[in-house]
Write a protein that binds this ligand. Sequence first.
Ligand code: IPD
Length: 263
Amino acid sequence: MRKGTSGISERYRTAIHIAREAGMFIKRNCGLVRSVTMKGCSNLVTDVDRRVERLIIERVRRRHAGDAVLSEECGDDGREGEYRWIIDPIDGTTNYFRSFPFFCVSIGIVQGREVKAGAICDPLRNELFHAAAGSGAFLNVKRIRVSAVSRLSESFLATGFAYGGGAHSCANIRRFERFLKASLGVRRAGSAALDLAYVACGRFDGFWEMGLHPWDTAAGWRIVEEAGGIVTRFDGTPFTLDADDILASNAHIHSHLSETLEA
Ligand code: IPD
C-alpha cells in the first residue's frame, strides 16, 4: 500500500502500534521528569509530555504523511487531510508527574465529524483499549462490553474536575455530592481517557465531566460506543468533540445519570 493512501483499518493498526510504543516511552520515563511548566492555573506539562508527543507525531507523519494532527501540547497543525489524529500524549499528567499510577496515552482518528478509531494505552498495567467503528471494542486481544448494572444505587461512577477550578468545579462539586449519595461510589482518579476506557470494559458504569478537550475524549468516545455504551451531553443530546460536557455510561443507567446531572 502506498504511503498516505490507506484507509481507516491501516490507521487503526498504526494507532494501536503507536499507542503501545508511546506507552512504553512514558513508562520508562516515569519518575524521571526533568522539567515541568504550568499551562494556566494548576495544569502541568512535563518534558515527557512534549517528548512523547513529538514521537507520536513523527510516527503518524512517517506512515500517513497527508493526515492532519490535533494534539494537546502542539495544538492544531493546520492541515486539511481527510483524517485527523487527535492525540493526548499523557492523559493524567498531574498523576504522571507525581508517579500516581493512573495515566495513559490516548489517540483518536477522526474522519469528517466522526471518530472512526481509538487507542488508549495504560502502560503500567499493560492494558491497551482499542476500537474501530463497527468492529467492537477490545482490551488487548479480548473483546470488552459495558456492565449490565441497571440501578443507580448499584452503580460505580467516575468524574473529573477541570483544571483551574471556577464555575465548572463548583457545579461539579454539587453533582459529585448528589452521586455520592445515590450510587455505590464515585472515583475521581485524574485521567478522563482511562475513565472512559473503564466504562467500556465495565469497571465503571458511568462517567461525567465538564470542560474537557477533544484529546481527552476522542478515543474513549469510540471505545465506549463500540463496547455497547452511550456517550452524550449531560442533557442526553448528542456528544461532539467540542461539547463542554460529556456523559458516558453502560446505556442502562444513562437516563438516571442524565436526570441527576440536570436536577
Ligand atoms: C486531564 C485529565 C483529568 C481531567 C482534566 C484533563 P491531562 O487531562 O483527563 O482527568 O479531569 O480535565 O485535562 O491534562 O492530564 O491530559
